[in-house]
Design a protein around this ligand. Structure first.
Ligand SMILES: [Ca+2]
Ligand SMILES: [Ca+2]
Length: 103
């Protein structure tokens, strides 16, 4: 198998993991490349340890620790609110990537 075939398959696989609408919107809004979005999606999935599609407080705490930036409980609450823009107490993929792209 040549490199190009492998690359193309990977890219198709990555794109299939996103909602097409979100994907196009985000690229327009934030000028993120497909590769960058895929990396951020991997991080999101990695920290969504119960696989419910949302990052909760506890999962965000693990992420902060992994980024070598352990937060106090108060800082964690602030950080969570910063990303959870609709105050649903859950961080969606959309909220996560919006935060990531703007920071
Ligand atoms: Ca979760
Ligand atoms: Ca939310």
């Amino acid at each position: 198998m040549c490199i190009f075939t492998s690359d193309t398959n990977d890219r198709i696989q990555m794109i299939e993991n996103f909602s097409v609408f979100n994907h196009v919107q985000l690229i327009k809004m934030n000028n993120l490349t497909v590769k960058e979005i895929a990396t951020i999606k991997k991080i999101f999935n990695q920290f969504d340890s119960d696989n419910d599609g949302f990052i909760n407080h506890r999962e965000l705490e693990s992420l902060a620790i992994a980024l070598n930036d352990p937060l106090t409980p108060a800082e964690l609450v602030d950080f969570f609110h910063l990303i959870d823009t609709d105050n649903s107490k859950k961080i969606t993929w959309n909220e996560f990537i919006t935060y990531w792209a703007n920071n």
